[in-house]
Write a protein that binds this ligand. Structure first.
Ligand SMILES: [Zn+2]
Length: 599
């Protein structure tokens, strides 16, 4: 910690540069009065770092908690600190182009209002989605009702929803740990998530793009604003793009280069990202754009000004992802496993001395395990790990071997005294999993998690630890299930809708059920057959015959409604209507409140 470059204040200068005005108070409400964003609750961060936080993370929190309207370049503005992400506004001939309208419509509308107060009542003449994550499109209906050009990278619609479709409920539950919405915002509690402060909780919307960017070098003009694109698929998102405003000499880096080490694998769970591709696209961005930009900005954090600064920033970000990727592979080819590589990996000194490579959101530790996972998967090759007991069964046996729950607590205290909190957590986790009623173990584990959280440089690690402590003491905080807006559901492909049904089939309950249903989608003119056999719901597009047990004629909207549990009131049916009831009868529901720190 002594080596941290606290003398380097450039980020504070850049974060404040171009400041015009704040939103005051920075509290945004939904139509029903519910507070969905409150940036003022982070004011405490402007004080000195307390012993309950890592100084590096506290510093990042101070930077991310800055809020307001900023001028980035002539005619280019950002609203920062009114959601997890930034909204960027570029002035055109008639109005203003909006890049990435935040998560919630309420936040996006507030951001646009703040901009207009200071730059005039310009109409929104276009929208750009930099990539397929919800913090970059969800608020779109807060800035436009549509009818304007909306640009997005190729594959945007498919990926905008697909990342959250199949494992969505589990991700939502784990996101409660990742972002810590239930934690108090205080020096002891949630102090941000590294990428920003937290996620807003308003209305999520989606308007499909009107123009897809399909190749690097593609140029588009909206409202007289010229843009030159670089497609970067498979980086921070499966569909993502950087782009230059050549007339403003301003470069948008989407979320490919931000002021932290990003996630190769986000801890709420996701598919592993490709660090190798990420590094290559950053290198290409330098080649394509460095000579044509005076400022580079992204949809999180603050911009970087000047050619030298931009190139250094991009090259260091590039080297960081390349190093993580290549060194993990070098070490795994020598036989090291994920946890071993995580301990062995040390980042190059130049990168360590640059704040923006620090792991506030991603971390070296979990990113190298992600690279390992991408190439080799969960199994490390050791047969001892091939057929282990699951956590609770293991815990019961460990606790038995160690002489019972109280003995485990005594052992744990010894490791706490030696400041080996990591092993103390392992021991106490066994004690709690073996016997949830072991209050002494629970309390001590909550204390250990709290200390681990307070010591973490990574904001997400801090939130995970503190949420673990909170749930051990106060019980489970369920994920808010109401995350599926109709806009998002409508964006699902028919295939994804049937996939979503298939993964809700309770296998054993459906073992002996056999049925087939044809779904004729009247608005698409397409027929899909779903067949249930052996507990598996199989889908087939355009089946050759019409021999299903039941045929339903409906629109895609009605199908979506059915998925959302609205029943099939007015749908035209032909055949055995009991088939649908039998299918519905074997559908299971996800659990938004599954246990994580208890068995
Ligand atoms: Zn984002």
């Amino acid at each position: 910690m002594a080596d941290l470059p606290f003398h380097d204040k450039d980020d504070f200068e850049d974060a404040d540069r171009g400041f015009i005005a704040k939103l005051s108070p920075a509290v945004i409400q939904a139509a029903d009065g519910r507070v969905i964003w409150d940036n003022d609750s982070y004011d405490f961060l402007q004080g000195e770092c307390p012993p309950t936080a890592h100084p590096s993370l506290w510093r990042q929190g101070q930077l991310c908690a800055r809020q307001g309207l900023y001028e980035v370049a002539e005619g280019v503005y950002q609203v920062r600190g009114l959601d997890l992400s930034n909204m960027t506004l570029v002035e055109g001939e008639r109005g203003v182009l909006v890049i990435d309208p935040l998560i919630s419509t309420e936040c996006a509308a507030a951001a646009l209002r703040l901009y207009r107060e200071h730059r005039g009542d310009r109409p929104v003449t276009g929208v750009v989605y930099t990539h397929s994550h919800a913090d970059h499109f969800g608020g779109v209906r807060g800035v436009t009702g549509g009818g304007v050009p909306i640009l997005a990278p190729e594959g945007f619609m498919e990926h905008a929803v697909s990342e959250n479709v199949y494992a969505g409920p589990a991700m939502a539950r784990r996101a409660v740990y990742m972002y810590g919405p239930a934690l108090p915002r205080s020096p002891e509690g949630q102090i941000g998530c590294g990428l920003g402060m937290t996620t807003s909780t308003g209305t999520v919307s989606l308007i499909p793009p009107t123009t897809e960017v399909t190749r690097t070098g593609q140029e588009e003009t909206v409202d007289g604003i010229r843009m030159v694109f670089q497609l970067t698929p498979g980086t921070e998102a499966p569909a993502e793009m950087n782009f230059l405003f050549p007339d403003r000499r301003a470069l948008c880096l989407a979320e490919n280069a931000t002021h932290n080490q990003h996630n190769i694998l986000t801890l709420r769970g996701a598919m592993v990202r490709d660090a190798r591709a990420w590094a290559r696209y950053l290198n290409e961005a330098v080649t394509l754009f460095a000579d044509r930009a005076d400022v580079a900005f992204a949809s999180h954090h603050w911009p970087t000004w000047g050619r030298g600064g931009i190139v250094r920033f991009l090259e260091q970000q590039r080297d960081m992802y390349a190093y993580l990727h290549d060194q993990t592979l070098r070490l795994l080819n020598k036989g090291l496993t994920g946890p071993e590589i995580a301990e062995a990996m040390h980042m190059p000194p130049e990168l360590e001395q640059a704040w923006h490579t620090h792991g506030y959101y991603g971390s070296v530790s979990h990113n190298v395990k992600a690279v390992y996972q991408r190439y080799l998967g969960w199994f490390d090759g050791n047969p001892a790990h091939l057929w282990e007991h699951p956590p609770r069964e293991s815990a019961v046996r460990y606790v038995d071997c160690l002489g019972g729950g109280s003995a485990v607590v005594t052992f744990a205290r010894r490791y706490i005294e030696e400041n080996d909190l990591r092993f103390a957590a392992q021991l106490l986790n066994h004690a709690v999993f073996a016997d949830e009623g072991n209050k002494e173990a629970r309390d001590l584990l909550a204390e250990v998690y709290t200390r681990l959280g307070h010591g973490a440089e990574n904001a997400v690690w801090r939130n995970f630890y503190l949420m673990g402590a909170l749930e051990l003491s106060d019980g489970i905080v369920p994920a808010t299930t109401d995350v599926t807006s109709l806009d998002l559901l409508a964006a699902l492909s028919v295939e994804q809708i049937f996939d979503s049904l298939a993964i809700r089939v309770d296998g054993p309950r459906a073992w002996h059920e056999r049925l087939s249903i044809d779904w004729y989608l009247t608005d698409l003119g397409e027929r899909y057959r779903t067949t249930l056999s052996n507990g598996a719901l199989i889908q087939q597009r355009q089946p050759a015959d019409e021999n299903a047990d039941l045929t339903l004629r409906l629109t895609k909207d009605q199908l979506v409604g059915l998925l959302a549990g609205k029943g099939v009131g007015s749908v035209e049916r032909e055949g055995d209507t009991g088939a649908l009831q039998r299918l519905v009868a074997v559908l299971d529901r996800p659990a938004p409140d599954f246990a994580i720190v208890t068995a």
